[in-house]
Structures are given as C-alpha cells and as structure tokens.
Design a protein around this ligand. Structure first.
Ligand SMILES: Nc1ncnc2c1ncn2[C@@H]1O[C@H](COP(=O)(O)OP(=O)(O)OP(=O)(O)O)[C@@H](O)[C@H]1O
Length: 241
C-alpha cells in the first residue's frame, strides 16, 4: 500500500470545448488534510470531479486508493460533497440522511452520528427546503460522512458559514484525519490554508506549488500564506517573461 490516497499524473481536462486543466500532477497523502486552494474558476472542482470519477478526462491518470478513478469498488470508499447540494427539499434532514444511508448501505446508526458531527441536531426534523444556506451545506457534508469513507472530497465545504461554525468544521476535519481518513478540501479562502497539513495551490488550470504551509512560507520567505501565494505567482510570471 502506498502512502498516497490519490495520485494524479499529467491530468488534462476539457470543458465547454476548451482545456481547463493542463497537465496537472500531484499526490494526496493518506490520513492528512490536503487543501486545494486557488481562485474561483482555476479548476478546483474539475480536479475534484476527476478524482471522484465523474469527469471525462482528456489525458493523464488518476488513481484513488490504488484503483483507477471511477472504479465501481471506490464508490463506497469515497465521500463527495459537491459545492451545490443536491438533496430533496421535501424531506426532513433525518429522512434525507436515512435515504442516502440506505443507498450507500451505511449502518442506520450513522444517521445520528453524522447529524451530531455537523451539529445539525436541532434541525434534524426540519425540511431540507427550509434550511439556511449554512445548514444546507452542513447537511450536504453529513451525507458525505455516511458510511465512514476512507477518502473525503469536499468542495468548498465552509462557504457561507460563520467563523464559529467554520472553526467547528475544521475541528471535525482534524478529528477525522486523526482517525485515518484522508481529506481533500477545496477552498478559495487563504486563511483556511493554514489549517491543512498539505497544500495544492492552483491557478489557471495548473498546480503552482505543493507542500506543507510551513514549507511554502519558508520557500517564499513570506509570513503568511496569502503573501506566499502572491510570491509564487509573481515568480512564475517573471520566469515566463
Ligand atoms: N459545465 C461546464 N462547461 C463548460 N465549462 C465549464 C463547466 N464547468 C466549469 N467550466 C469552466 O472550467 C473552468 C474551471 O472551473 P471549475 O469549476 O473547475 O473551477 P473552480 O476553481 O472550482 O471555481 P470555483 O471556485 O468558482 O468553484 C472555468 O473556466 C469554468 O468556467
């Protein structure tokens, strides 16, 4: 068994008739939180979709937990929370989770566990259609946690959440990683980068840099990661001019 949960080599993806991911390669270590950071439209969702196996790719290889992405055996080993929740609005939170738990053949007891993990106990009986944006994204995250997947792929899970809730979700991510779960979390908020073990910085369909937050700060001589990211962009541009 390798130490990488995900390996991506030379990934190329075309969407809407143009190339949006250009020759991207990286590895995601097991049992850690890896942050996929970059500005809106840089290709984060496309890369995550390629890992989950729902994206047609034009080139390269993506291996997940030792198998090619999209292999049927991976379905129950990966939890994927998309950016736009797709949950039936006319079910309650608990009903929706019971429904997904049945599909995933997750234990019934998982429903109460994941509701508690995302702190939605008070809304368990509320209709999904009546949830606030932040509650809805937590319900979406709860679905991804059903069945205790080995790999969690979370696309901007903290968007629209207040700082307290954001903090508690990051605590949960750390707890899950401590239990051995691999997390790949996308964000365009640089202050979340410092909470990750490893970072993949993307820009314009390419991986600009990889490494731990401290290694990236050190490499760029920057005090914070936002500055480090800007420095890396400037260095790249200078190299091409
Ligand atoms: N369904 C689609 N058809 C055509 N082009 C698409 C489609 N989805 C995304 N794109 C384009 O692919 C590029 C990468 O998009 P992607 O959603 O992967 O970026 P992102 O970094 O996740 O952005 P955000 O942070 O805003 O979600 C963008 O230029 C986007 O316009």
């Amino acid at each position: 068994m390798t130490n990488s949960a995900v390996t991506v080599g030379g990934l190329v993806v075309r969407r809407g008739g143009r190339e949006v991911v250009h020759d991207v390669s990286f590895a995601v270590p097991r049992g850690q939180v890896t942050g996929l950071l970059g500005p809106s439209g840089c290709g984060k969702t496309t890369v995550l979709r390629s890992i989950v196996g729902v994206q047609i790719v034009a080139g390269g290889q993506v291996h997940v937990l030792g198998r090619p992405a999209g292999s049927p055996e991976l379905r129950r080993k990966i939890g994927y929370a998309t950016q736009n929740p797709a949950i039936y609005a006319d079910l309650t939170v608990a009903e929706a989770l019971r429904y997904f738990a049945a599909i995933l053949r997750a234990p019934k007891s998982d429903v109460d566990r994941v509701i508690a993990e995302v702190d939605l106990g008070a809304e368990a009986g509320s209709l999904v259609g009546n949830l606030s944006g932040g509650e809805l994204s937590r319900a979406n995250l709860a679905i991804a946690l059903l069945g205790t997947p080995e790999l969690l792929v979370l696309d901007e899970p903290t968007v629209g959440l207040d700082p307290v809730l954001r903090d508690s979700l990051w605590e949960l991510f750390r707890t899950l990683a401590a239990r051995g779960t691999t997390l790949l979390v996308s964000s365009h908020v640089m202050d979340e980068a410092a909470r990750c073990d490893q970072l993949l910085l993307m820009r314009e369909g390419r991986v600009l840099a990889t490494g731990s937050p401290s290694a990236l700060r050190e490499r760029t001589g920057s005090a914070d990661l936002e500055q480090a990211f800007l420095r890396l962009i400037r260095d790249k541009e200078a190299a091409h001019s």
